[in-house]
Design a protein around this ligand. Structure first.
Ligand code: ADP
Ligand code: MG
Length: 497
């Protein structure tokens, strides 16, 4: 018998049909995966269950009773809690205060600090979280903050917990801990809805899987009777074919970017590199090897960097973004939320940001030119947004990344430095971004791509440079690409014979 049932749930936001008559059932005591590309409607479905949003139409049943939570508090009283993708607490309050916010223990009109701490400790212990209850929430890593959210959910007696992309910013160790906790909660009879776009973890953890696409329910199946390939096809509505990038067969042009003895004290030493027109060069290495620091230095972000850098055969003075921009460099940074985009601006403004000098005449932005230019790149990148006037913060990760790329395409730079091009991006958008990078190389741009995903570098690049502890550990030509060879260089092991 289904424990939880969604029947014909529809939800519309201005300009978007986020959920279109979605129906599915969830068994008690199972972990139910909810998967779909960015923007498929997963978070919206979770938030409707958790009382954050109200459905326009449709019904939810728990144990055959219709329920309609209209606030998170009402949902909590029904035994439903949600662990959110984004920070859900007051960052400057302590862990204990956040955990007990709804019901602060008091003595003679004052908050009873020791009772507060004791209760928080008990809540944290119940989920095996070793966290100091006195720390301000804002000082915790996202992983630990999520643990506090889970502690709060379990502590309020939740029977159904929605976890929205819980591992998207967790370390490997934190992920292992989370998986253990999820299994334990399931063993205690809780029902979990686990939202993710990481297939491996869904197949390791969940019992059933529901695929959403563009707000529609596509399938609900037992994990045991489906396969990752089948789920991917259901997610994107077409088969994903791995194809060889076209740029690999083109002739390379002149050297666009070169560096010798690139050094930044404490970060990296003596790095040589060159990228030619039409070439995609990868930069591999473990976290901390200095890859991001190198591209940031090339872009003028590191005042301490030294070395000889040439762009289009002209010397580039380091330490100045203005000089880097003028020379024809662009940087799509790793952390697009903090560095790449101004999330409060709309899509048109963000896209035009880097190209503004080219669009400005006598101090005024040429609005018509701006609108045409930005719309052209948004179309080319297939950005899914209700309009270019929509605020960028409301877009999914994949679409934000496309806007971050569009920003540099609009500026038409010769050399693109791209740090983690597909971090937080789902499979469908990933394929589109790869396609786009291939097209850019075919047009003669020079691309230097930092990535932690080895298959990504192997599928994309003509050459891969490997960094280790701030130095260049080696270089692999296309014919020598393999994950094993890359990992050996990354780890500082002698290459296999
Ligand atoms: P997912 O979690 O699967 O990535 P979401 O449920 O967040 O997808 O979003 C589904 C669609 O609804 C997207 O097109 C998104 O832009 C839109 N959307 C989600 N929340 C809001 C909101 N608060 N206001 C406007 N549009 C929204
Ligand atoms: Mg989401």
């Amino acid at each position: 018998m289904p424990f939880l049932e969604f029947r014909q749930i529809t939800k519309r936001f201005p300009g978007v049909l986020a959920l279109d008559g979605v129906s599915l059932t969830v068994e008690r005591g199972t972990c139910h995966a909810l998967i779909g590309e960015n923007g498929a409607g997963k978070s919206t479905l979770g938030k409707i269950l958790a009382g954050v949003y109200t459905a326009d139409s449709g019904q939810i049943f728990i144990g055959n009773h219709p329920v309609a939570p209209t606030t998170p508090l009402a949902a909590r009283e029904l035994g439903i809690a949600m662990v959110h993708q984004e920070l859900a607490f007051c960052p400057n309050l302590s862990v204990a205060e956040n955990l007990c916010l709804g019901d602060l223990p008091r003595r003679r009109g004052f908050i009873d600090r020791s009772a507060l701490r004791a209760r928080a400790r008990a809540l944290l212990a119940a989920v095996g979280a070793d966290i100091d209850p006195d720390l301000p929430i804002g000082t915790l890593s996202t992983g630990r903050e999520q643990l506090v959210q889970i502690a709060a959910a379990v502590g309020t007696g939740a029977q159904i917990i929605v976890m929205d992309e819980p591992t998207s910013s967790l370390s490997a160790a934190e992920t292992t801990d989370l998986f253990r906790l999820v299994r334990e909660l399931k063993a205690r009879g809780l029902t979990l809805i686990y939202v993710s776009h990481r297939l491996e973890e869904l197949f390791a953890l969940c019992d059933q899987i529901t695929v959403l696409r563009d707000g529609r329910h596509i399938a609900t199946e037992a994990i045991a009777s489906t396969t990752p390939a089948r789920v991917v096809t259901q997610m994107i509505g077409r088969e994903l074919r791995a194809h060889t990038p076209a740029h690999l067969t083109r002739e390379l042009g002149p050297v666009r970017l070169s560096a010798t003895a690139l050094t930044s004290p404490g970060h990296f030493t003596n790095i040589p590199l060159s990228v030619r027109a039409g070439e995609i060069v990868g930069l591999a290495g473990i976290v901390g090897a200095g890859r991001s620091e190198v591209v940031q230095a090339l872009f003028g972000l590191d005042p301490a960097a030294t070395g000889e850098v040439r762009v289009n055969d002209r010397p580039l003075a380091l330490g100045s973004i203005d000089q880097a921009l003028a020379a024809g460099l662009g940087l799509v940074p790793e952390d697009r939320k903090r560095q790449g985009l101004v999330l409060g601006l709309n899509c048109r403004e963000n896209t035009a940001l880097a190209a503004l000098p080219l669009l400005t005449r006598f101090g005024f932005v040429r609005r018509a030119a701006e609108a045409t230019l930005t719309a052209r790149y948004a179309t080319r990148l297939r950005v899914k947004t209700p309009s270019m006037e929509a605020i960028t913060a409301g877009l999914s990760g994949g679409n934000q990344q496309k806007i971050a790329l569009a920003k540099w395409l609009a500026r038409d730079c010769d050399v693109l430095l791209i740090d983690e091009p597909t971090r937080g991006v789902d499979v469908g958008a990933k394929a589109e971004i790869y396609q786009l990078l291939d097209e850019l190389a075919c047009e003669g741009k020079a691309l230097l791509v930092v990535s932690s995903e080895l298959p990504e570098l192997i599928g994309l690049c003509r050459r891969i440079l490997v960094m280790r502890q701030g130095a260049l550990a080696g270089e692999l030509p296309h014919a020598a690409f393999s994950e094993a060879a890359l990992m050996q260089l990354m780890a500082g092991l002698p290459a296999a014979a």
